[in-house]
Structures are given as C-alpha cells and as structure tokens.
Design a protein around this ligand. Structure first.
Ligand SMILES: NC(=O)c1ccc[n+]([C@@H]2O[C@H](COP(=O)([O-])OP(=O)(O)OC[C@H]3O[C@@H](n4cnc5c(N)ncnc54)[C@H](OP(=O)(O)O)[C@@H]3O)[C@@H](O)[C@H]2O)c1
Length: 250
C-alpha cells in the first residue's frame, strides 16, 4: 500500500525537499504551509508530476487553537483518498531567531517555544488517532543542541525540548509500533534566518570550515535522508537523535 506522509512547512526549504523526496520514494504527501500558498501549489504540482498525490493545507503550527480543526481537515483529506489513517508525520515547520541570551525578549522566546515545542506537542497529539499503528514520527531538531553558538539560546533550548519529547513519544507510542526520531541538521542553505547561511559569504565560509565534508549543507542533503529513514529498512530505529550535518563541529 502507498504510504501517506504529513510534512509541516512543506512550501519551502527542508520541508519542501522532504515532501518531494518522499514522493520520489513512492509516497503520497499532505503538507502544510503558513503563508506561501503559491509556493505550496508549486510543490503540489511537482509531486503530482511524479505521479504521486499531494495536498497543501494552510496551518500556523504556533496557533494552538487551530491544531484540532487541522486534524479534522486531515481526516477529510484522508477519506477523499480512501484511507482512515496516515503513516508518517514530519514535524519540520519553524523559524529561526537570533538574539543574545541577555537580549532575547519574552515575545521572541514565546514565539519560538510556541512553534517549535508547544505546536509540535499538540499537533502530534491531535493527529495521534490518525497515525497508523507501525507509523513514524520525525521531529526536526538542530545541530545547535550539541554545540553552542552565541545568539541561539532560546532556539536551541526549544530544539533541546523537542529531543526529549522525541524520547517520550518513542516510549509511549512504542506499544503501537510507532517510532519517533529527531533529525538534527547542521547549517543548511535555505531561507532560514533570512537566508543567512546561503546568502552571506562570510557565514557560509565560517560554517563550511566547521564541517568535515568541507561545505555547508543544501536541502538535497536532508530531504532524501528523511525519506530513507521513513522507509521499511529503518523500522527498528527509534528514540534516536540523528545528526545530518556533514560532520559539523566534530
Ligand atoms: N536551515 C538550517 O540551517 C536548519 C538547521 C537546523 C535545523 N533547521 C530546522 O529545519 C526546519 C526547517 O527550516 P528551513 O531551513 O527549511 O526553513 P525555511 O526555508 O525558512 O522554511 C520554513 C518552512 O516552515 C514554514 N513555517 C515557518 N513557521 C511556521 C509556522 N509558525 N507554522 C507553520 N509553518 C511555518 C514556512 O512556511 P511559509 O513559507 O508558508 O511561511 C516554510 O514552509 C526548522 O524546524 C528549522 O528549525 C534548519
């Protein structure tokens, strides 16, 4: 049976690449976008060109009240595809925020924790009845939970929380044969932080110098790795933090 994956933040960057990589591996995809409706439709067209099904649904993961109604929209989409459940949830959506520990505002902190922690917690909870037994959850963490980089205290603390949450998901959902893993990308060239890693040559070079494979990452370094993790060969991997960084800061 063809798998169905949900990817949050699939309109751009790593989520977009993950959604398309899953389709290349033969899966159908429901993905979300926050504001980029046009970009989302372009991703739908790209997946359909691969002869796979795709639907883009609007969602702000930080809008906690919207998460249960979103689950209802997912149920309706699944029914239109002749399924009662889906197989994979990839919690990717999120933004970056750079501020020193001394200067991080409460609003910045709350926004980061709302999207990266509370949103992931309650979105996954709302979707849980729709995840098939034997399903998979992948949560996006960051290389910044292993090494510190000034300016990311709130962001990295939120990603650290996601790694602990991943352990609990793996433990509590294991009885349903659902796995949960955290993917921790290193510095990747996307729109993240205004495209800082991609568009600022000094940053790009500085990060490249920290990476064993000698360059910063691109979305094609991440999406195919996740599609592969979701495949049948990796069914026994759970509760792991998997860094996908080309060997950053080793
Ligand atoms: N790039 C890196 O170097 C890097 C490294 C480590 C971890 N990560 C993590 O990887 C994930 C993806 O980052 P990226 O580099 O792909 O970023 P990106 O290029 O900026 O893309 C972000 C995606 O997430 C969506 N999004 C952002 N905030 C959202 C919200 N509140 N609710 C719903 N959707 C939201 C965006 O939708 P719209 O376009 O509609 O706004 C977009 O599709 C994030 O969790 C990030 O923390 C990135």
């Amino acid at each position: 049976m063809t798998t169905i994956s949900i990817v949050t933040g699939g309109s751009r960057g790593l989520g977009r690449n993950t959604a398309i990589s899953i389709a290349r591996h033969g899966g159908d995809v429901i993905f979300t976008y926050r504001s980029g409706a046009e970009q989302a439709q372009a991703v739908v067209a790209e997946i359909e060109a691969l002869d796979r099904r795709a639907v883009a649904l609007q969602l702000d993961v930080g809008d906690i009240a919207a998460l249960k109604p979103f689950a209802d929209r997912v149920r309706t989409t699944l029914q239109s595809w002749g399924r009662e459940s889906f197989d994979h949830l990839v919690n990717n959506a999120g933004h970056g925020e750079m501020a020193s520990f001394a200067e991080t505002s409460e609003a910045q902190f709350d926004q980061l924790f709302n999207v990266h922690v509370k949103g992931v917690f309650f979105l996954t909870q709302a979707l849980l009845p729709l995840i098939a037994d034997g399903g998979r959850i992948v949560n996006f963490s960051s290389g910044l939970t292993r090494v510190s980089y000034p300016g990311f205290s709130a962001y990295s603390a939120a990603k650290g929380a996601i790694e602990i949450l991943t352990l609990y998901m793996a433990k509590e959902l294991g009885s349903r044969s659902i796995t949960a893993n955290a993917i921790a990308p290193g510095a990747i060239e996307t729109d993240f932080l205004g495209g800082a890693v991609r568009d600022t040559p000094e940053y790009n070079e500085a990060f490249a110098n920290m990476i064993a494979l000698g360059r910063v990452g691109v979305p094609d370094d991440i999406g195919p790795a996740i599609a592969s993790l979701l495949g049948p060969d990796n069914r026994w991997i759970t509760a792991q933090r998997i860094e996908v960084s080309g060997g950053q800061n080793i």
